[in-house]
Design a protein around this ligand. Structure first.
Ligand SMILES: *Cc1c(COP(=O)(O)O)cnc(C)c1O
Length: 388
């Protein structure tokens, strides 16, 4: 074995040893006192992670389950929501909304760009029926960070809920739910949280909670009021993925001991490292500004196929990265650097990207992307991240 596999994908992400060992324990019963104590501990950790005083519900589902739960629990059928569609996951909001019988108004944004708050404001002004804005904090298909703080400031002044898919933002870049007035924040386990897929988390603001109590949830499994009541008793509505929750307790312990501010600093430094190295290879970024802190979307020149590049990187360098989604499938490589990933993993990623790019005939130039990247990493660690 010349290499070991390194998962540099925007989910799933590698697991810390503490989490893997915790999950290897034998089964415990989910209705007995020791597990309730574990859920009480998990609840504290989740509120810290979400930066909220309100309960955070745990669902046994992938992240899309939490999106589904939010839509069914917060809106009556026939109500209008505004979906911000700047990539694959933005499209998913509209698809779930339509399946649930909502009126979905779509605000299309060019892939690779963040939504302009003024465009949302204009849409809300033009249509007073809109009851919610559904948006991603980080659009993982393009690597863009939307201006959630400003969007939620806008919706908080109106009778409009800010419903935020934070699946590739929570635990990666700041998204403080209460301070920013987010009405519904959700995430999944397999991105920033250093866990396998299978759990999703969602919290509601006071006014979202009041709204949910008034909605007749038409979904038996994804029912946030039902889960809310159980969460208050440190229980879940149905049998949860017990060993994932045991792993979660460990991952949240790591978050609390390292500190969220330090996690954000690391994420920012890895982002600067990857971006500068990519620029040194004379490759373009899909997201020129407003880029997310957990992945970097690299544009490939015409004639270089992302699928071929990814195959070389995996087979010869052990580095597993992702291609694009939708119409960008062959044109971009997405380098994930979220969760339990550090500068050494990203160094391997940059090296694999460079060599695979060269092998396919891509031009590199004379700069040393590894040195450039590592210097950017050290500088960014020292300077710290910008305020969002
Ligand atoms: C990964 C991801 C999803 C989808 O989550 P699943 O766990 O695959 O259901 C949705 N939104 C965003 C922003 C994501 O990054």
């Amino acid at each position: 074995m010349l290499t070991k596999p390194r998962l540099l994908t925007p989910g799933p992400t590698p697991l810390p040893e503490e989490v893997r060992l915790a999950m290897a324990q034998d089964m415990v019963h989910h209705r007995k006192p020791p597990f309730k104590a574990l859920l009480a501990d998990v609840q504290e950790g989740l509120r810290y992670l979400f930066q909220t005083k309100n309960p955070v519900m745990s669902l046994t589902a992938s992240g899309t389950g939490a999106m589904t739960a939010a839509i069914y629990s917060l809106f009556h059928p026939g109500e209008t929501v505004l979906c911000i569609e700047a990539g694959k996951f933005g499209e998913r909001w509209a698809e779930i909304g339509q399946a649930a019988g909502l009126e979905t108004q779509i605000l299309k944004v060019e892939w690779g760009k963040a939504v302009a708050v003024s465009d949302i404001e204009a849409a809300l002004d033009a249509n007073p029926d809109i009851r919610g804005v559904l948006v991603q904090a980080s659009e993982t298909s393009t690597g863009v960070l939307h201006p959630i703080k400003d969007i939620a400031a806008l919706t908080s002044r109106r009778d409009v809920l800010a419903v935020v898919d934070g699946i590739s933002a929570v635990g990666i870049s700041p998204c403080p739910m209460d301070a920013w007035n987010i009405d519904c924040l959700l995430t999944g386990s397999q991105k920033g949280l250093m866990l396998p897929p299978g759990l999703a988390f969602v919290a509601l603001s006071d006014r979202a909670l009041a709204r949910a109590k008034d909605v007749d949830c038409r979904n038996f499994y994804f029912n946030l009021i039902g889960e809310y009541n159980k969460t208050l008793e440190h229980q879940t509505l149905f049998t949860p993925a017990i060993n994932l929750l045991v792993g979660l307790a460990e991952s949240l312990r790591l978050f609390r001991s390292f500190g969220l501010e330090n996690v954000y600093r690391k994420q920012w430094a890895l982002t600067c490292m990857t971006r500068e190295a990519v620029a040194a290879m004379r490759l373009d970024h899909l997201a020129e500004t407003d880029y997310t802190w957990g992945l970097t979307s690299v544009m490939l020149p015409p004639g270089i196929d992302a699928g071929e590049l990814l195959k070389i990187a995996a087979a010869d360098y052990g580095v597993i990265m992702a291609g694009g989604q939708g119409h960008l499938k062959k044109n971009i490589v997405r380098v994930g650097h979220m969760g339990h990933v550090d500068y050494a993993d990203v160094t391997a990623g940059i090296f694999a990207l460079r060599r695979a790019f060269e092998r396919l005939g891509g031009y590199i130039g004379s700069a040393n992307p590894l040195e450039v990247g590592l210097a950017a990493y050290e500088q960014a660690l020292e300077d710290g991240p910008p305020a969002l």
